[in-house]
Design a protein around this ligand. Structure first.
Ligand SMILES: Nc1ncnc2c1ncn2[C@@H]1O[C@H](COP(=O)(O)OP(=O)(O)OP(=O)(O)O)[C@@H](O)[C@H]1O
Length: 244
């Protein structure tokens, strides 16, 4: 049967693919051959326990952890191991775990930093302010003076300002109140409206199932389960998540 992820993108090539992705910190291996495929406009969630390798995967894709070139491909082109700036210019932007705003810059300056990639697309300051109006109100304040949820909006906005084809979001909900998490995730359809694809690392499995088209479960640096988000049941996920 035809694989929709390979046929929907041009020439049968997926938008983003990792093939046997391995990653190391010195001698310590964190990823042991991760195969992930992302189609145009798809939303994929990566779940797994602490230390499963989710953040290492995201860092490997965006160039923060060096990996062999052919292990990460964007529209078929090997991009593994390129410097992070080069990967952003090719269309992959990251919302990092813990937001990592520039503390000495205002909200607006943080947002403008994302535009350094010089990519053309639908995202610009005014559109971001329409999406998250509170950021316009607070645009002259230091980014780090904002609440956690507002800082997350800045981190998302900064990534969107590079007009990516793929947005990587590492634990958007970390440390946020449920009402704020809902506000952030409610913005996702508007963020994806032009067909941008998203990879989300999410600790809340039920939330991941609600927002993603497909899930990958990692355990100890390997994919233990993948499939359509709604089709995977709790028992399968628990087995893949905890290995019990
Ligand atoms: N900078 C680092 N140096 C050495 N080892 C690291 C480093 N970062 C992560 N690791 C190790 O790599 C493995 C995967 O960690 P990673 O942070 O990718 O997992 P994770 O699934 O994102 O976990 P969490 O949910 O806690 O963020 C773990 O064994 C971790 O200890």
């Amino acid at each position: 049967m035809a694989d929709p992820l390979r046929t929907q993108a041009s020439g049968g090539v997926p938008l983003l693919e990792t093939a046997g992705l391995t990653a190391f910190y010195g001698d310590a291996q964190a990823l042991f051959g991760i195969d992930v495929v992302l189609g145009e406009g798809e939303r994929v969630a990566v779940i797994g326990a602490n230390g499963a390798g989710k953040s290492s995967f995201m860092k490997a894709v965006c160039g923060l952890v060096r990996v062999p070139a052919a292990q990460v491909r964007l529209r078929g082109e090997p991009i593994g191991g390129l410097p992070p700036g080069a990967i952003v210019r090719r269309g992959i932007a990251m919302v990092p775990e813990g937001r990592r705003l520039f503390p000495s810059l205002s909200v607006e300056e943080n947002l403008r930093m994302g535009a350094c990639a010089n990519r053309v697309g639908p995202w610009h300051l005014e559109r971001l302010y329409a999406l998250f109006p509170v950021l316009k109100e607070k645009r002259r304040q230091p980014g780090t003076a904002l609440s956690g949820g507002q800082q997350q909006m800045v981190a998302i906005g900064r990534a969107l300002m590079s007009n990516p084809a793929v947005l990587l979001c590492d634990e958007l909900s970390l440390g946020l109140a449920p009402v704020v998490i809902k506000e952030i995730y409610d913005a996702l359809p508007a963020i994806c409206a032009e067909g941008m694809a998203v990879v989300l690392v999410e600790q809340d499995v039920a939330l991941a199932q609600r927002v993603a088209d497909r899930l990958y479960c990692f355990q100890e640096g390997r994919v233990t389960l993948s499939g359509p988000a709604q089709a995977l049941d709790r028992a399968q996920i628990s087995q893949a998540y905890f290995g019990v």
